[in-house]
Design a protein around this ligand. Structure first.
Ligand code: FAD
Ligand code: DHB
Length: 389
């Protein structure tokens, strides 16, 4: 098979890139190691920034998001019983849209099917080759048969554990990483959310987040130990712990029910530099991870592929400036999101070494935020995200 752009990974980064390239008339093939059902079964992000919303619109994949997504003009922070509403719209003029990653992925899958571009699910042993040379290509197997995809470019949208970053000679990359000493236990349920806006909570028992997917479907998270196993958490235990961590009025409104999904995610900050090696480019979680507190991961994946789609379109009309500057431009956005996600995570969680001093520092930071319009504006600007530029 021969194509212009070979994409590894059919998560949101790979599928959105495929849709943007399709719109620009650039042929592309997507190889995904899992089945489409498996990809749709992963419950992850829920908050879209304007940049992601705009890119989905540009790609022509926004009809369901526009109909079903919930525009949010603010969110709440709870620190013990103290509350602060961050009025995103008043502070920045912008909103975010609550619309699940699963739905974004489903919309992109449907669009791709209609576009007629090739997607290979359950592609085994995908390997990038010769991306530093003249004939970049991917090899993979399916049903015991070997295949080869030749391309002008290979794009690694294959997530944190993917093969593309791992194929680059280690000396050619620099890795920056911080692993946090806790995880997030998430639960999805068909129950009405406790509040019309998200609540990010700091409590003595650890962080909690009350989010949603619709007016009938809630998504909750609890900071948990890295040793916890999801099987140890019955639904009843989750609801009991959540009730203890929510502010009293929200806890009173809590409606419980059977979980649809429960999972534990570790928290990590990670960046690889650069994001280009010859004709191989990395985008999304393949190149960077943020702890989920700032709701940035999916949005960064979208802005990476937005930059890359534009750069590749420019390449095919004779300009290499976009692909030459991709890594530098993407990393400038990424480090800002890394800083914000690290800061928000540090403020809202109990760390094993938080201690009395650390707790007072977190309280003082929250007090400062409550009393400073400038600090709230900075938080709001970071949360709603930067324009693409
Ligand atoms: P992925 O979604 O990981 O997709 C990569 C794809 O590549 C996968 O389908 C994988 O199967 C495939 N793949 C891997 N290896 C190979 C291989 N060798 N060959 C072929 N295919 C391969 N972000 C936000 O913006 N807002 C939020 O509110 C938010 N909340 C989150 C909550 C949780 C609990 C978690 C875990 C994450 C959250 N995120 C959030 C982060 C967000 O989900 C990720 O950043 C996003 O999924 C990144 O998309 P991606 O396409 O780069 O990677
Ligand atoms: C969700 C996840 C996040 O990490 C976040 O900051 C906000 C919302 C969610 O899954 O709904």
């Amino acid at each position: 098979m021969r194509t212009q752009v070979a994409i590894v990974g059919a998560g949101p980064a790979g599928l959105l890139l495929g849709a943007l390239l399709h719109r620009a008339g650039i042929d592309n093939v997507v190889l995904e190691q899992r089945s489409a059902e498996y990809v749709l079964g992963r419950i992850r992000a829920g908050v879209l920034e304007q940049v992601a919303v705009d890119l989905l619109r540009d790609a022509g994949v926004a009809a369901r998001m526009d109909a079903l997504g919930l525009p949010h003009e603010g969110f709440e922070m709870a620190f013990g019983e103290r509350r602060l509403r961050i009025d995103l719209h008043a502070l920045t003029g912008k909103r975010v849209v609550v619309y699940g990653q699963t739905e974004v992925t489903r919309d992109l899958m449907d669009h791709r099917r209609q576009s007629g571009r090739v997607t290979v699910y359950e592609a085994e042993d995908v390997q990038p080759h010769d991306f530093d040379g003249e004939r970049p290509h991917l090899s993979y197997r399916q049903g015991g048969v070997g295949h080869r995809v030749e391309a002008d470019f290979i794009i690694g949208c294959d997530g944190f554990h993917g093969v593309c970053r791992a194929s680059v000679p280690p000396g050619a990359l620099q890795i920056f990483e911080k692993v946090y000493p806790f995880g997030w236990l998430g639960l999805l349920a068909d129950t009405p959310p406790v509040s019309p806006e998200l609540i990010y909570g700091h409590t003595e028992r650890g962080f909690t987040l009350a989010s949603m997917r619709s007016h009938e479907r809630s998504r909750y998270y609890l900071q948990c130990s890295l040793d916890d196993k999801v099987e140890q958490w019955s639904d009843a235990a989750f609801w009991d712990e959540l009730r203890r961590r929510l502010p009293a009025d929200a806890a009173e409104r809590l409606v419980t029910g059977p979980s649809i999904e429960k999972s534990i995610a570790p928290l990590r900050s990670f960046v690889v530099e650069p994001m280009r090696f010859g004709r191989l480019f990395l985008a999304g979680d393949a190149a960077h991870i943020v702890p989920p507190t700032g709701a940035k991961g999916l949005n960064l994946a979208a802005s990476d592929v937005g930059l890359l789609a534009r750069a590749l379109a420019d390449f095919y009309v004779g300009s290499t400036a976009g692909i030459d500057h991709y890594s530098q431009r993407a990393l400038a956005r990424i480090w800002k999101a890394e800083r914000f996600s690290w800061w928000f995570t540090s403020l809202m969680h109990r760390f094993p070494d938080t201690g009395g001093f650390g707790l007072r520092m977190q309280q003082a930071e929250f007090d400062y935020l409550c009393g400073s319009a400038a600090a709230q504006t900075a938080l709001a600007e970071n949360y709603v995200g930067l324009p693409m530029g």
